[in-house]
Design a protein around this ligand. Structure first.
Ligand code: SIN
Ligand code: FE2
Length: 221
């Protein structure tokens, strides 16, 4: 029986997008890699946020971040007037960060492997919450002890445009559209590339509502 096009009318466009899109020599987007895991990720995120609530941290310069953050795993990334760094516990509560769910670790490990980085074992997961209008300015991830491990970054919720720049802040940045379920991995020669997120457009996602959540998995220590 011939397959009629309308048989797939309700299928998400994601299915026709290429699975792995290179954005650098050792950097790529894995389209929809976290799509199947997303509902469980989202309920885990809500549980983490009950134990370690989202907060707007201060940059060393005293600016309140527009993106709200929390963490899970052995180490959590924090910023305050004293600088950017990793902390063993949540400075708000004095308690350890919530444990990183083992399914998250597996997802990050498998995404890294699919991007060419074997043996990734994250000890930190930064959870960023963006509302429409918020952005992340260009920066490098360089608070980790060594840069041998890649960065694995999972997008959930409303769409965003990721900026993937060069080794210098002034280098031109590529605009990479990211959707719910996409995973970006960068490491090796691309590990210290500047990156950021353009201001989010107003939108509502069926699962997460009017927000985007980004999970950034790293090897901090
Ligand atoms: C970050 O680099 O910290 C976040 C990137 C993103 O939200 O996609
Ligand atoms: Fe980053």
């Amino acid at each position: 029986m011939p397959v009629t096009p309308d048989l797939f009318a309700d299928e998400p466009m994601a299915d026709s997008r290429p699975a792995r899109v290179a954005i650098g020599e050792q950097a790529c987007v894995l389209r929809g890699f976290a799509l199947a895991a997303a509902p469980l990720l989202w309920s885990d995120i809500e549980a983490v946020a009950r134990a370690a609530p989202f907060r707007h941290m201060l940059t060393p310069g005293g600016q309140r971040m527009s993106v709200a953050t929390t963490s899970c795993g052995e180490w959590g990334w924090i910023t305050d007037r004293r600088g950017y760094r990793y902390a063993r516990g949540d400075p708000e509560s004095g308690r350890p960060w919530p444990a990183m769910p083992s399914s998250w670790m597996r997802l990050a490990h498998d995404a890294a492997a699919a991007a060419g980085f074997d043996g990734f074992a994250p000890d930190a997961c930064l959870i960023n919450r963006y509302e429409p209008g918020t952005r992340m300015s260009l920066h490098q991830d360089r608070d980790e002890r060594d840069f041998g491990a890649p960065i694995v970054s999972v997008s959930l919720g409303i769409a965003a445009v990721f900026l993937f720049g060069g080794q210098q802040r002034a280098d031109k940045a590529a605009r990479v559209p990211l959707q719910h379920g996409d995973v970006v991995v960068w490491g090796g020669v691309d590990r210290l590339r500047f990156h950021g997120v353009m201001p989010l457009r107003e939108d509502v996602h069926p699962l997460l509502g009017a927000q985007r959540i980004n999970l950034t998995f790293r090897r901090a220590a």
